[in-house]
Every structure is written in structure tokens, then in C-alpha cells.
Write a protein that binds this ligand. Structure first.
Ligand code: 13P
Ligand code: SF4
Length: 297
């Protein structure tokens, strides 16, 4: 199957990109593995005609914003993000009426419709910088992740109105999980994702995006790390740092949507050039502005 994927990839002039939470066998066949920001950049610059996106729906949509003439494939269309789906474009329009002077910042984990209603997009790796760069003392409306938005508010001191969305996977990582692991591995550094709850964030040495964690464990002299995010990331950490030890904060932090992508589905999708994700042109132009502002800032 892996050989056939490689052959078809060549034939179709395709690139396979995968998020850090993808199953190990998918990460291993991907041309590029990364966090949301790295994947948006990759999608924006690749010359490949076909992008096989191994991740969830909003990521494939973001790739489609940059590549209207390319074929963007999501091997399973059911791979969604429940946090992104907590808010529609209509909900956001209503929310904007309540805060007419607020600058709208959307986390990249959002639909194209929501991006189209937003001033600027951000990812977990640049959220603090994006908010710091917003001029003045004006109000901010942040959607859809209340934990990431709350974390950014606490770091920057800015007034942020929060939409009550959150990631169900990260919200299930509890403070007691971290405390138990800290007791067993007292020398370990605790790295957590900003989608975690404030109680978990308070126990961390560092709060990082998945890409930030990958870089940190490589560069830091530390040997043992407790990782507070989706467990798929441990595969890459262990592969790239065979002499270091990585402990999941909670073994069951598994995103079922990320795991919907399988080798069978990647192969089928290269064979049939489907299922495709394509953002309609008028929506694409409106949604792309928010992502362009992010990439340019
Ligand atoms: P990052 O890879 O940007 O840290 O995002 C995590 C995530 O939950 C993506 O769905
Ligand atoms: Fe969405 Fe959470 Fe899964 Fe990321 S880990 S795709 S935020 S549900």
C-alpha cells in the first residue's frame, strides 16, 4: 500500500502533508509534518498540483484558500473539528453586533465562513504575537477557543471577549493527570498546549503549539518531558529524539477525528482524486484576507 501511494503520488504530482496528531503510519508517509501554521505556509508555497491533506476539515479548507487551482484532498470528509464547529458565520455576525467596536480574531481552527467574518486569523503558535501587534487598547473578540483566548488575555493583559468553544480532547487533560505524572517523574519538564484549561496551563513549564513543542524538545538539554496535548505528537518526538523520554500527560488524549485518516483512505483518495475540499470563490477571497493578514504580520 505504501509503495502504491508513493507511485500514485508521483503520477499525480501530489504532496502529502500531515498534522502532528496524525497516526504514526500517516506521519511516516507524509512529505511534510507540522503544526497548523507550518501547514498553512506549506500549502501556500507548494508547487504540487494535488495536496493530500492528512488532518481535519478546516486545515484542508485553509489549504484551499491558497490554492484555488489545485486539487485539495481530505481522505475522509468526516474528519472535522468539534471546536471549529461550535460557531457558524451567522453566529459570529450576531456576536459582532454585540461588540461593534471589537477587532475579530479567529483561531485557525474555524470554518472558512468564520474566517470570512474575521479581521485576522491566528494559530496557537502566533496567537500572543498577533494580539500584541493589534494596535491600541481596543476590545478584541476571539473565537472559537475560550481557553486559547483566555490564555492570550492573561499573557497580553488585553481585554478579550471569548466565544465559549473549546477542544474536547484538550479539556479532558486534567490537573490531576499532570500532578500524578510530575510525582512519578519529578525531573521532567511539563509542556502543554494552549488549548488546555487554565488549571493545566498553571502547572506547565512551557505553553507551546505542537510545532513549538517539537522544536523545544529537540533544542532543550532536558531528557524527560511530560507532554500535555494529543498523543499523536509523541511518535514524532520519539522518532526525532531517540535518547529522550516522552510521557503523555494523559494517555487517552486522542482526537478521534485526526485518527479517521488511514493509509487505505489516502490511497483511495489518490486513486479517485476525491473527496475534494474547495471553498467557493467569493467566500475564499473573504476568508483568505484574515489568513493573509496573519501570514504577513
Ligand atoms: P497546532 O498544531 O497549531 O498547535 O494546533 C493544534 C490543534 O489542535 C490542531 O487541531
Ligand atoms: Fe479539533 Fe481538538 Fe481535534 Fe484539534 S485536537 S482537531 S482542536 S478536536
Amino acid at each position: 500500500m505504501i509503495k502504491e501511494i508513493a507511485r500514485l503520488k508521483e503520477e499525480r504530482q501530489a504532496i502529502i502533508v500531515a498534522h502532528n496528531y496524525q497516526p504514526p503510519q500517516i506521519q511516516d508517509i507524509a512529505d511534510f509534518v507540522g503544526d497548523s501554521l507550518e501547514l498553512s505556509r506549506k500549502a501556500a508555497e507548494t508547487k504540487a498540483q494535488v495536496i493530500v491533506f492528512c488532518g481535519v476539515h478546516f486545515m484542508a479548507e485553509t489549504a484551499s484558500l491558497f490554492s484555488p487551482h489545485k486539487t485539495v484532498l481530505l481522505p475522509d470528509l468526516e474528519a472535522g473539528c468539534p471546536m471549529a464547529d461550535t460557531i457558524t458565520g451567522e453566529d459570529l455576525r450576531r456576536e459582532k453586533e454585540k461588540h461593534p467596536h471589537a477587532t475579530v480574531v479567529c483561531y485557525v481552527n474555524s470554518t472558512a465562513e468564520v474566517k470570512a467574518e474575521s479581521h485576522i486569523c491566528c494559530t496557537s503558535s502566533n496567537a500572543v504575537k498577533i494580539i500584541e501587534n493589534l494596535n491600541g487598547e481596543g476590545e478584541i473578540l476571539f473565537v472559537p477557543d475560550k481557553y486559547l483566548g483566555g490564555y492570550v488575555a492573561s499573557v497580553t493583559g488585553r481585554k478579550i471577549h471569548l466565544w465559549p468553544g473549546f477542544c474536547p480532547v484538550h479539556a479532558e487533560i486534567k490537573a490531576h493527570h499532570i500532578l500524578e505524572k510530575k510525582e512519578r517523574y519529578p525531573q521532567a519538564q511539563v509542556l502543554v498546549h494552549p488549548e488546555c484549561t487554565p488549571e493545566v496551563i498553571a502547572l506547565a513549564h512551557r505553553v507551546l503549539s505542537t510545532g513549538g513543542m517539537i522544536r523545544h524538545v529537540k533544542e532543550d538539554p532536558g531528557k524527560v518531558f511530560i507532554i500535555g496535548t494529543e498523543v499523536g505528537i509523541l511518535h514524532r518526538m520519539r522518532k526525532e529524539n531517540p535518547h529522550k523520554t516522552f510521557i503523555p500527560a494523559w494517555e487517552e488524549a486522542i482526537c478521534p477525528n485526526m485518527k479517521k485518516i488511514t493509509l487505505e483512505k489516502v490511497l483511495a483518495s489518490l486513486e479517485t482524486l476525491s473527496p475534494r475540499v474547495k471553498v467557493p470563490e467569493t467566500l475564499r477571497l473573504r476568508a483568505k484576507r484574515a489568513v493573509d493578514r496573519m501570514l504577513g504580520s
